[in-house]
Ligand binder design. Structure first.
Ligand SMILES: [Zn+2]
Length: 245
């Protein structure tokens, strides 16, 4: 028999499903789940707002048999700015793509949920949304267990104060190694990466994001190369973001 379960989740994406329904993909504190939202495509449907991602909801769903049905919901965060602002909504597609791709690789599902919730809150209020995307991408590498090493030379193991960053060596390299083997980020750029990596999510605020934005450092190329090399992942969303910006 079908049982009803009350849950909390963030709708990451939705697509058309049979007879005016939508299939929602929802990130919950237990990982990614799918639920059918009936009638969502009908003109006067009051359910429509649950299908426009991103939206954080508390909802009641049937246990999967085999598919789960979203029966009723209550909106916790609508992320209106993320939907209305063209740049934010484009950058969200870069976040959504990686959430869908990597959520199952992360063991601590509750921590991942809290992380995404806090990233979306920042994206909603910030004037520097691109920094939030980079913050998300760099911290996600840590959750995936493939974060670069940032406190020694990954080539000769020397400890120094300043480093460059090499995708090939999986982290920082010292200046004498850097001059021999090449690098992707110089000393200043590497520091920006480190700031984004080290800051705790609860400490992230507009002052911090503005400081990073003002440095004018672009980490996108290096982040994308890192995901390609260590996750074998090429981001379609990032290619579109690059074209537009
Ligand atoms: Zn070295």
């Amino acid at each position: 028999m079908k049982k009803l379960i009350k849950k909390k989740g963030i709708v990451i994406t939705s697509r058309d499903y049979k007879e005016s329904a939508r299939m929602l993909t929802i990130l919950t504190p237990d990982g990614l789940e799918q639920a059918i939202l009936r009638g969502a495509n009908k003109i006067n449907s009051k359910n429509k707002s649950f299908a426009i991602a991103p939206v954080e909801v508390e909802y009641i769903a049937t246990t999967p048999s085999p598919l789960s049905t979203f029966t009723e919901g209550f909106i916790l965060s609508n992320y209106t700015q993320v939907k209305m602002d063209t740049e934010k909504s484009l950058l969200f597609s870069g976040i959504a793509e990686k959430v869908l791709m990597f959520a199952e690789n992360i063991d601590n599902k509750t921590q991942f949920y809290d992380f995404i919730q806090s990233i979306l809150q920042q994206l909603e209020i910030t004037h520097h949304p691109h920094v939030v995307l980079n913050l998300f991408e760099i911290k996600l590498l840590y959750l995936l267990g493939i974060s670069p090493i940032l406190n020694q030379c990954m080539r000769c193991k020397n400890i120094e104060n300043d480093y460059a960053f090499s995708v090939f060596f999986g982290g920082t390299i010292c200046s004498s190694c850097a001059s021999r083997v090449g690098y992707q980020l110089d000393v200043t750029e590497t520091k920006i990466w480190k700031y984004l990596y080290l800051i705790k999510m609860e400490k992230v605020d507009e002052v911090f994001l503005e400081l990073i934005a003002k440095s004018q450092v672009s980490l996108d190329e290096t982040i994308d190369q890192y995901y390609e090399r260590y996750m074998d992942f090429t981001s379609k969303a990032k290619q579109i973001i690059k074209k537009v910006s």
